[in-house]
Design a protein around this ligand. Structure first.
Ligand code: CP3
Length: 354
């Protein structure tokens, strides 16, 4: 790939000096876009939507058409992995995800080595997006990290995670076996994504919060390390971003001992923490999605603060968690203009007739 067309995002991950931070937003494809809502309405359910390569590729590309993001993230969900290893998953309107009974460890262990094959539709989505995407934009693949995925698998849906943490204390051997199965499935799934066109891989540990130091070691550091090592052992050189959300106090250690290539920070990350991590690895984050939704002078001030404290790099501008469905598009446009210097696509009219 020529220097000119190499995505800025990849240069920053490779540790090259940056002229400005590249930017993308977690959940940048989603309900704040009217064209997403129109497309979503054509799918019978959310899982079917994620597994339809034509629709998922379209959802991935929607924000790229109107907004100057530097990277696209494949449209999928972290709860496709439980499905690939034999647990039923469905979404109920207004209630979030629901999962069936946890399959036996033996059954999940049998299915884990073929997780990539079971989810090859996500690979097809990636190939379609890569073919349609501007060569200067990076394409991100992702998976949920094992502990976060396990919390949904154990609790049967969203919760305050107290059930999963209790399970970690009461059934340590079963939980460790489940984490090992998830490591294997995730390596296979991410390797398939890299082979299908993903240029960056992100591990979403959305529920690292509330873990004591020993649990963090056992449920976050160890499995993340095993996943990155597993990918490298298979010859996958794609950079990996780790996102241990809610664990700011343990991020220094995470950044140093885990072989991830970059660390995503949540909304609580202090300036000095980011600077310490930056001395070792690129960072990403950490604008509060509530502030992006609120807008006004407080948003402008916070964007300036983030750019001043981390902007020299290596830094990828992002939110500290996913964009909220009722975020005004004008607020996203304003932040992107400040970070990239670029306007949204002029006279853009979204496709609504899906
Ligand atoms: O644009 C992107 O970032 C790519 C797509 C993406 C989705 N989910 C689409 C989605 C990504 C990266 C995810 C990750 C994900 N999914 C996480 C980790 C990040 C985080 O938010 O902490 C988690 C925990 C999930 C599980 C999940 N998926 C829940 C709890 C829910 C229901 C809550 C909600 O927001 O409705 C989902 C559904 C989901 N995943 C939606 C989208 C756009 C909304 C559903 C819809 O459009 O009908």
């Amino acid at each position: 790939m020529s220097e000119k067309s190499r995505p800025k995002f990849l240069s920053v991950l490779a540790g090259e000096k940056q002229s400005r931070p590249p930017v993308w937003f977690m959940r940048q494809a989603g309900r704040y876009l009217p064209e997403y809502r129109a497309l979503r309405a054509t799918a019978p359910n959310f899982i079917a939507f994620c597994l339809d390569p034509e629709k998922a590729a379209e959802a991935t590309l929607q924000p790229m058409r109107r907004l100057p993001f530097d990277a696209a993230i494949v449209f999928a969900d972290i709860l496709l992995i439980p499905r690939a290893i034999g647990q039923e998953v469905w979404f109920e309107a207004g209630e979030g995800p629901k999962l069936g009974a946890l399959p036996s460890i033996e059954r999940m262990r049998d299915l884990a080595p073929a997780a990539g094959e079971a989810l090859k539709n996500v690979g097809e989505t990636l190939s379609r997006v890569r073919a349609a995407l501007d060569p200067e934009k990076a394409l991100i693949g992702f998976a949920g990290a094992p502990w976060t995925v396990a919390t949904y698998m154990i609790e049967g849906g969203s919760s305050d995670r107290s059930g999963a943490r209790t399970y970690a204390y009461e059934h340590p051997e079963t939980l460790d076996a489940l984490i090992d199965v998830l490591v294997e499935a995730t390596v296979d799934y991410l390797a398939m994504q890299a082979a299908s066109g993903a240029q960056v891989l992100k591990l979403f540990e959305s529920w690292a919060e509330g873990l004591s130091e020993d649990l963090f070691e056992r449920l976050v550091i160890r499995p993340h390390t095993a996943i990155v090592k597993g990918l490298r052992a298979r010859g996958v050189t794609t950079p990996v971003i780790g996102f241990p959300r809610g664990a700011a106090a343990l991020v220094d250690r995470y950044a140093v001992v885990t072989p991830v290539d970059a660390v995503a920070l949540d909304t609580t990350a202090p300036a000095a923490l980011g600077q310490r991590v930056q001395a070792a690895k690129p960072i990403q984050g950490a604008l509060d999605p509530l502030l992006l939704r609120a807008g006004g002078p407080a948003l402008d001030e916070r964007v300036e603060t983030l750019l001043a404290q981390w902007g020299e790099g290596p830094y990828i501008f992002n939110l500290g968690h996913g964009i909220l469905p009722d975020t005004p598009i004008a607020h996203v446009e304003r932040v992107l203009k400040r970070v990239t210097g670029k306007d949204p696509t002029p006279n853009f009219t979204p496709k609504m007739d899906y």
